[in-house]
Every structure is written in structure tokens, then in C-alpha cells.
Design a protein around this ligand. Structure first.
Ligand code: HPA
Length: 280
């Protein structure tokens, strides 16, 4: 697998998937740690293990399966990624985002991203759902941007703007549906770091000072590539740990807590997202 997959590799992967499914997906969903519920809720599912798709990386983290589930939410064909890729696994930004390119090529023009995140805003306790209104992509700002290198005009423009990257209309629909289910969802700014080390107390304080409400190790590269290709984007994270507060109490972050809280919150988030997908 090349660290910078080519246009032809993207087309081959999309072709291979297209041959296995009855209908091209209109929306793509990336399911974060413990958040696989959307995939389980799709009807008439076709499951394709990542290792069967040419050029797809393989997840290396516990809590991230590696399969694409293509099925329907109501009448809407959806491709759900059970398992995603991270920079900390050693994958390049282009590898991390390759599946988004493939799913866009396959037909999806909406991307929904879910993720676990640590809370920086003191009001966001574990279990809180936060819709992203904006992000700070530290690794991208520092040279790990999936759009580095020659720009392929067939995919998108050289200098895509990320103002308004998170679609206000989709976020509005999310809030309406959540309200109907009596599930509170807040808005906030997500900051991405490469990981895999959890942040130090001083770093967490700095990140809060930057204006971020939640911190995580994913999402931003996928959103950048989705916007490059003109997709509408919705992203929601589950606050799995009060990262800043815990650090001030000298309590270290733990991956197990992240997975446990995400798994508890997962079904509620799946309910909301399936309703939203149905209405697309
Ligand atoms: N830090 C970074 N990423 C995370 C965290 C955290 O505290 N919790 C879940 N993902």
C-alpha cells in the first residue's frame, strides 16, 4: 500500500465496492471508537472487510473493527465505516483519508463523522454529545495535511476554504431530531492532536486557551478531504472523559474509559443519526 494513494487506486477501490452493492451510497458515515451502532441499524447490509478493498488500510487499535457496511437507512443508501484510521497508527494523512475519497467517488455527497473526545469545556461532562461547529487541526497546520502535494483538479481545488466546513443545515437537522428524542446535544470546537500520548495537564490548559471545547485524535483530516471533494459534513463527538478537569486532579486518562463511555453513549447517537440519514 502506497503512503500517498493515487487517483487510479481510488477508482479501483470504488469500482470493486460498486460491483458488490445494489445501489451507490448517498451518504458516508465514519464510526468512532465504540460508536458502531449506525452500521448495525442499516437494513439489507452488505459487509466488506477492509482487507478486501484495494488500498484500504487496516485498523490496528482495539475498539476499531475494519469493515465497510453498506445498507439502507429508510430508503437512503448509506456506507458506514466500522473502524477508521489515525495518524498515530503510523498511517500518512493521505492513507487516513483514502476511504473518504473512495466513498465520495462511489457517490456519497454527505459525510457524517463520529468520534470520542476528551472534554476541555468544564460544562461538558462525560456522556455529552457535541456537534462540531469548527475545528483546530494542529497536525494539519504543522505539516500533516492530507492535501499536501500536487493537487488533482479532478478531485477539488488547490486551496479549499474550511470556513463553514461543518454544514449548518445538517447540524440544525441533528438538533431537531435530538430534541425530538429528548437527547441533549451541544455545539463546540474540536481540536485535533496526533496522539497517541494523552495530553499533559499543561497541554490541556493550553488547548482550552486556544478556544477548543474538546480534544481528540481524529476527524479533522477526513473533514478536510471531504470538503476538498465538495461533500457536506456533519461531525459529532462523544465526550468520554473530562480531560482538563481530570488532569488538574492528577487523574490520568485511560483508553478503557474512553471505550466504555463511548459504548454507553453509542446507541443514543446511532438512533439520532439513523433518523437523520433517513431524512436526507
Ligand atoms: N485526549 C485525546 N483524545 C481523546 C481523549 C482525550 O482525553 N478522550 C477521547 N479521545
Amino acid at each position: 500500500m502506497s503512503t500517498v494513494p493515487s487517483y487510479d487506486e481510488m477508482m479501483s477501490a470504488a469500482e470493486m465496492i460498486a460491483q458488490r452493492i445494489p445501489e451507490r451510497p448517498r451518504a458516508a458515515v465514519i464510526l468512532g471508537s465504540g460508536l458502531g451502532g449506525v452500521a448495525d441499524a442499516l437494513s439489507d447490509p452488505v459487509t466488506i472487510p477492509y482487507h478486501e478493498i484495494p488500498g484500504f488500510p487496516i485498523p490496528t487499535v482495539p475498539g476499531h473493527a475494519g469493515e465497510l457496511v453498506i445498507g439502507k437507512a429508510g430508503e437512503v443508501p448509506v456506507a458506514a465505516m466500522r473502524g477508521r484510521f489515525h495518524l498515530y497508527e503510523g498511517y500518512s494523512p493521505q492513507q487516513v483519508t483514502f476511504p473518504v475519497r473512495v466513498l465520495r467517488q462511489l457517490g456519497a455527497d454527505v459525510l457524517i463523522v463520529t468520534a470520542a473526545a476528551g472534554g476541555l469545556n468544564a460544562e461538558f461532562s462525560p456522556g455529552t454529545f457535541m456537534a462540531l461547529v469548527d475545528h483546530i487541526g494542529l497536525p494539519l497546520l504543522a505539516g500533516l495535511n492530507p492535501l499536501l502535494g500536487p493537487n488533482d483538479e479532478r478531485l477539488g481545488e488547490r486551496f479549499p476554504a474550511l470556513t463553514g466546513a461543518y454544514d449548518a443545515e445538517l447540524r440544525g437537522q441533528l438538533h431537531t431530531i435530538a430534541l425530538r428524542h429528548g437527547i441533549p446535544i451541544t455545539n463546540g470546537v474540536y481540536i485535533m492532536l496526533s496522539g497517541p500520548t494523552f495530553e499533559t495537564p499543561a497541554e490541556l490548559q493550553m488547548l482550552r486557551g486556544f478556544g477548543a471545547d474538546a480534544v481528540g485524535m481524529s476527524t479533522v483530516p477526513e473533514v478536510a478531504v471531504a470538503r476538498h471533494m465538495g461533500m457536506r459534513v456533519l461531525a459529532v463527538c462523544v465526550i468520554t472523559n473530562a480531560a482538563l478537569r481530570d488532569s488538574q486532579l492528577n487523574i490520568p486518562a485511560e483508553h478503557k474509559e474512553v471505550l466504555d463511555v463511548a459504548a454507553q453513549a453509542g446507541p443514543q447517537l446511532a438512533t439520532i443519526l439513523v433518523d437523520l440519514l433517513r431524512d436526507l
